[in-house]
Design a protein. Structure first.
Length: 187
C-alpha cells in the first residue's frame, strides 16, 4: 500500500492564508481538491491517505513557519511514502494560465511523479502544462523525508483558470488521481 500525504496548502484564516484572485480563495480550492482526491484514493486499494486539513476549519500552526512545520512533521511522523502539496498560483498579470509543479531536485522520483501529475491535470482540465521546476527554498520540499511535489493547479489571477478551479474542483482531483495511477503503473 502506498502512503500518500496530501497537504492542502495554507490555512482557512491567517496566519498562512493563501492567495486570492477573481473572488476565489486559494485555501478553499486547495481544501476542496484535496478532499476530493482523498475520496478517489480511499476507493483505490493501492493507497492509504492522510490529509493536512481534514476539515475546512482545520488551522495548522500559529505562524507561517509553524504551519509549514506542522504539515511536514505530520507527514514524516506518519511515514508517508510520498508528499503532495496542493496550491494555486497567482500573477500580477491575468495572462498566465495553467498548471506547474515544483520539486527539490531533478532526476528524482519526485520529478517523474510531477511530470505524470502535470499530464493528468492537463488531460483532465485542458489547462496548459507549464512544466516542472526545481525550487530548493520551499519548506515542504526541503524538510520532507519522502519524495515531495508542490502542485500549482492554475492561476487565480487568470479569470478562466479561477472559474474552473472554483466551479469544478473534481476535475482537478481526477487529474491528480490519474497522474498518480500513471506514475505507479496502475493506469
Amino acid at each position: 500500500m502506498i502512503k500518500l500525504y496530501i497537504d492542502q496548502g495554507h490555512n482557512p484564516q491567517n496566519p498562512n492564508a493563501g492567495a486570492e484572485g477573481n473572488g476565489v480563495r486559494e485555501q478553499d480550492v486547495n481544501y476542496e481538491v484535496g478532499i476530493r482526491l482523498a475520496a478517489l484514493l480511499a476507493d483505490d486499494p493501492f493507497f492509504e491517505v492522510r490529509l493536512s486539513r481534514p476539515t475546512p476549519e482545520t488551522q495548522l500552526g500559529t505562524s507561517n513557519a509553524t504551519s509549514l512545520a506542522a504539515r511536514v512533521d505530520d507527514a514524516n511522523r506518519w511515514g508517508a511514502d510520498y508528499f503532495l502539496s496542493i496550491h494555486c498560483n497567482s500573477s500580477v498579470s491575468e495572462r498566465p494560465s495553467g498548471s506547474e509543479m515544483y520539486i527539490y531536485r531533478e532526476d528524482s522520483p519526485a520529478e517523474e511523479l510531477a511530470e505524470d501529475l502535470l499530464e493528468g491535470l492537463h488531460q483532465a482540465t485542458g489547462l496548459p502544462n507549464r512544466g516542472v521546476f526545481v525550487n530548493r527554498g520551499l519548506y515542504v520540499l526541503r524538510k520532507t523525508r519522502m519524495p515531495a511535489v508542490l502542485a500549482e493547479l492554475g492561476y487565480l489571477s487568470n479569470p478562466r483558470d479561477a472559474a474552473l478551479l472554483q466551479s469544478d474542483p473534481q476535475r482537478f482531483a481526477q487529474g491528480l488521481y490519474n497522474g498518480l495511477r500513471e506514475y505507479f503503473d496502475l493506469a
